[in-house]
Design a protein around this ligand. Structure first.
Ligand SMILES: Cc1cc2nc3c(=O)[nH]c(=O)nc-3n(C[C@H](O)[C@H](O)[C@H](O)COP(=O)(O)OP(=O)(O)OC[C@H]3O[C@@H](n4cnc5c(N)ncnc54)[C@H](O)[C@@H]3O)c2cc1C
Length: 469
């Protein structure tokens, strides 16, 4: 088919007119998009042509299982349903395929999920549950690695470096390293500033670091495109530009209203992450706090520039700030770095957020100050109110399932979450369902309408605590 200006990258068979990307999109206030172009990310710029999809929904249809959202979670759920359970699900995506966080993140695949550290798991649930949770998440990380191994996605193994941005943070890292080693059996080790600089990276503000051997950096969009190809080869249908704008349940059948027709489904899995619209379904109301995260990538650094900055590793790095910075050297020599952004979508383009990110990079690597920034973007992270995700069926009387609340740690965990969500939908029994990430719904928030006020105040406090107190 010859490409016309209205045809989107060969989407198949019913292409659609792409609508412009809205940089000010805010899931708490903006209506769900329809067929929006991708955010201008490094990943979109380097992933190549998106794989074929099944075009927007253009008539009423019936389905057994429908998945809302085509990020890692939705795609992994669909892929597992097809691969492991022989069920060909339908995926509805509001915008371009993989439009949300999955095409916008830092690509840091960690052996983690949610925002709590392993020491905090012990405090919250006790040692026995923490150990079982560790086995579950560790197994999920291994599963994700096995998927990464089958898809060309520029994988960069090497583990994870967790740097102390202030001297007093070394004690915290030492404690975490000890718990990971002694309690959970990981081969973690502590590095002094000199060892960090000599072996890995001359981060000027780091006082030392914890190294954990688990961690793989990936090109997230190449990975997600790989999931699409695998899923469609097994009969999964993926419909972009098909936002679910209304949801009614009649005699146990879910009627999902999209602009092109009603999709009637027996079972629905919600995988909309930080982009979950207000009012999509009552079981989701105020369960997720969408938090905006900023990211940017420099132009590829020359060998001399990398040497001057002291960039010797492609191992990915995060620091100990609550409003943390995370960065890594990409395979083409570009430097990627990310951190917090504005509280609201309306303020996302405010240059001060971009400046904050750039200054974060220059503080760590002063010699990069004059290197042009090639890409800058942002995206909404799905943070739950108790800092841990849920993969669950919130009401046993309803055939509705969801997986989200990864809190910025979803690159690897979302694939495992999709695998578990598929098992959950198919009613497969298992010991794991007793774990806290599976056995309860996400908690809501008592003061939901005022959450952003609280967030703005917390950001000020975190900044003070991270930098000065
Ligand atoms: C800047 C940034 C950096 C990050 N860095 C990292 C990192 O380095 N490591 C890490 O582990 N995690 C990171 N994350 C988080 C990670 O990207 C996410 O946890 C993960 O991609 C979540 O995938 P998902 O499939 O659950 O959601 P998404 O990828 O967000 O997919 C949700 C999809 O649902 C669609 N949707 C929403 N509403 C509807 C509707 N009504 N109808 C149909 N479709 C709908 C959206 O359009 C979207 O495409 C980062 C996130 C951001 C924003």
């Amino acid at each position: 088919m010859a490409a016309s200006p209205e045809v989107v990258n060969g989407a198949h068979p019913a292409s659609f007119k792409e609508s412009p990307y809205d940089p000010l999109f805010d899931p708490l206030v903006t209506p769900t998009g329809r067929g929006q172009a991708y955010a201008p990310t490094y990943w979109v710029g380097t992933a190549g042509t998106p794989p074929e999809d099944d075009g927007p929904i253009n008539s009423d249809i019936d389905a057994d299982i429908v998945i809302i959202g085509s990020g890692f979670t939705g795609l992994a759920t669909a892929l597992n349903l097809a691969q492991e359970h022989g069920v060909k699900a339908i995926v509805l995506e509001a915008n371009r395929t993989v439009w949300g966080c999955t095409s916008r993140n830092g690509g840091q695949g960690q052996n983690a999920s949610g925002r709590l550290y392993r020491s905090q798991w012990i405090q919250r649930w006790g040692l026995d549950t923490a150990k079982r949770l560790d086995a579950e998440i560790r197994g999920g990380f291994e599963y994700w690695k096995s998927m990464v191994a089958t898809i060309d996605c520029d994988a960069q193994p090497g583990g994870h470096l967790y740097t102390a941005h202030r001297a007093k943070k070394m004690a915290f890292l030492e404690n975490e390293a000890r718990i990971m080693k002694d309690v959970f059996g990981y081969n973690t080790r502590m590095l002094s500033r000199a060892e960090l600089h000599e072996q890995y990276v001359c981060d000027q503000e780091a006082h030392g670091a914890l190294h954990e051997p688990d961690g793989v950096g990936v090109h997230p969009l190449k990975l997600a495109f790989g999931y699409i190809r695998k899923a469609r080869a097994l009969g999964v249908k993926i419909h972009p530009a098909s936002p679910v704008l209304g949801w009614e349940t009649v005699n146990g059948v879910h009627h999902l209203r999209t602009p092109g027709g009603i999709v009637r489904a027996r079972r629905v899995a919600v995988a909309t992450g930080g982009y979950t619209p207000q009012g999509l379904h009552k079981s989701l109301t105020s369960k997720i706090m969408p938090i905006l995260s900023n990211s940017m990538v420099t132009r590829p650094l020359t060998e001399a520039e990398r040497a001057e900055a002291g960039l010797k590793t492609t191992t990915f790095i995060t620091d100990t700030r609550t409003l943390r910075f995370y960065y890594r050297l990409l395979p083409d020599g570009s430097m990627q770095i990310g951190s917090r952004s504005s509280v609201t979508g309306a303020d996302a383009k405010n240059p001060r957020h971009f400046e904050l990110l750039k200054e974060g990079l220059y503080r760590k690597f002063p010699s990069l100050r004059n290197i042009p920034i090639a890409y800058s973007w942002w995206g909404w992270v799905d943070v739950s109110h108790d800092m841990m995700p849920r993969i669950t069926q919130p009401d046993p009387r309803e055939q509705i399932y969801y997986a989200f609340g990864y809190g910025g740690n979803g690159v690897s965990f979302s694939s495992h979450a999709g695998r578990r969500l598929a098992e959950r939908i198919m009613g497969r029994p298992g010991e794991q369902w007793n774990l806290p990430i599976y056995n309860s719904p996400l908690p809501g928030h008592l003061f939901a309408p005022f959450r952003r006020l609280g967030q703005a105040m917390l950001y000020k406090y975190y900044y003070l605590r991270d930098e000065h107190l």
